[in-house]
Design a protein around this ligand. Structure first.
Ligand code: GAR
Length: 198
């Protein structure tokens, strides 16, 4: 069986990246081919290298507001790695239509809210402010609209009365680590039925 090749894009600690990488063994239909970051000091890069996965960095800062120029560089290692699927895993740059369309139908993102609620940033604080009883995370296919696109899976957590944005983020992250690998496994096998956890 030839495995699907997965490039994972990160900006930070990469805990979701690690859970994806750890899942891609045995009869899993995919394997990691690249971990790519826009931040040279991203902790996830060291973890990926330790796991024997090729890594690359494309710093966004020299490109200023020119997203297209940044993306023209960002795409190169992904194409060089022969990626079939791109997983955004805590990748904190907004991507343009042009970049997204190159990976239409084969790029996934994980977002820390129950979409369509709370696109963008500070999702945990916003769920708390709204008095939500439940919160969670979503994996979706990436389209040109931020945090939009067909939902491929969701996991829920109960919000406790004493939760803070930090405790809630930690609870949601535990679920992210279950949800993203479950969705990727299905997706790589060509099954887009949503995964519902919790
Ligand atoms: C995760 O909670 C992920 O859902 C979130 O960033 C965190 C990355 O953690 N992503 C976004 O907010 C995307 N807009 P990690 O680096 O440990 O995987």
């Amino acid at each position: 069986m030839s495995h699907k090749r997965v490039a994972i894009l990160i900006s930070g600690g990469g805990s979701n990246m690690v859970s994806l990488v750890e899942s891609m063994t045995g009869d899993h239909p995919a394997r990691p081919c690249l971990v790519l970051s826009n931040i040279a000091s991203a902790g996830g890069l060291t973890k990926a290298a330790a796991a024997g996965i090729p890594t690359a960095v494309v710093d966004h800062k020299p490109f200023g507001k020119d997203r297209a120029a940044f993306e023209a560089e960002l795409v190169k290692p992904i194409l060089d790695a022969g990626a079939d699927i791109v997983c955004l895993a805590g990748f904190m740059r907004v991507l343009t239509d042009g970049f997204v369309s190159q990976f239409q139908g084969r790029m996934l993102n994980i977002h820390p809210s129950l979409l369509p609620k709370y696109t963008g940033l500070n999702t945990h604080a916003r769920a708390l402010e709204a008095g939500d009883r439940q919160h969670g995370c979503t994996v979706h296919e990436v389209t040109a609209v931020l945090d939009d696109g067909p939902i491929l899976g969701q996991a829920r957590v109960d919000v406790a009365a004493n939760d803070t944005p930090e405790t809630l983020a930690a609870k949601v992250l535990v679920e992210e680590h279950k949800l993203y690998p479950a969705v990727l496994r299905r997706y790589a096998a060509g099954d887009r039925t949503p995964v519902i956890l919790g």
